[in-house]
Design a protein around this ligand. Sequence first.
Ligand SMILES: C[S@@+](CC[C@H](N)C(=O)[O-])C[C@H]1O[C@@H](n2cnc3c(N)ncnc32)[C@H](O)[C@@H]1O
Length: 212
Amino acid sequence: MEEVKAFNRAAQEYDKWFEEHADWFSSELEALKQAVPKTGKGIEIGVGTGRFAGELGIETGVEPSEKMAAIASKRGIRVFQGYAEDLPVPDLSFDYTLMVTVDCFLQDVAKAFKEARRITKPGGAIIIGMIDKSSPLGRKYQEHKKDNPFYRSASFHDVEEITNLLEKAGFQNFSFWQTLVNTEEEVLEKPIKGYGEGGFVVIKAEKKISNL
Ligand SMILES: C[S@@+](CC[C@H](N)C(=O)[O-])C[C@H]1O[C@@H](n2cnc3c(N)ncnc32)[C@H](O)[C@@H]1O
């Protein structure tokens, strides 16, 4: 798959982005910290090089790209090679799942969310970190994606699309946070509740009890 090949070809380069854009990384991390539970067993799906998992204390990941997974493993993350649409993980085995800028690379987002629900324990949650296609920054990403080796094949979504798919997959009680409102310069930003202005949006939703 083209989107995984790009990450295999340039995993080190991808990983360097976090040092070259430290304020953006910290802003995204702060937004994710509003949603990620402080306790319980979490798994990051599409864990990449493990930058977020490492900072958030998430010990397990799933990742299709061998090269990205190798870097995450060096950061101490236990990585299963696989895809979000067909998780190599038993039913009801995690308290929460996390996906950060992965929705735009999925072949089948609905299937991936159903899989996330399958592996989540009753009372558990899903947390999505995404580039909002409808935000000012999201529009910039969309316009320039052909120049970016990683995002060339990405299909960005907006928050309503993702929320609808999560609802259909059996999640409820949504909360939203946003960051990267400033599109002119990279600065450290405090997360703001809601969505509509920020380029990076965090969605948290709970697993519906009726859909165990
Ligand atoms: C933009 S990176 C994000 C990595 C990490 N979550 C982060 O925020 O740094 C997207 C990741 O999704 C992975 N990916 C692509 N298709 C996938 C799929 N179908 N299932 C799971 N991960 C996938 C890529 O290999 C890549 O590591």
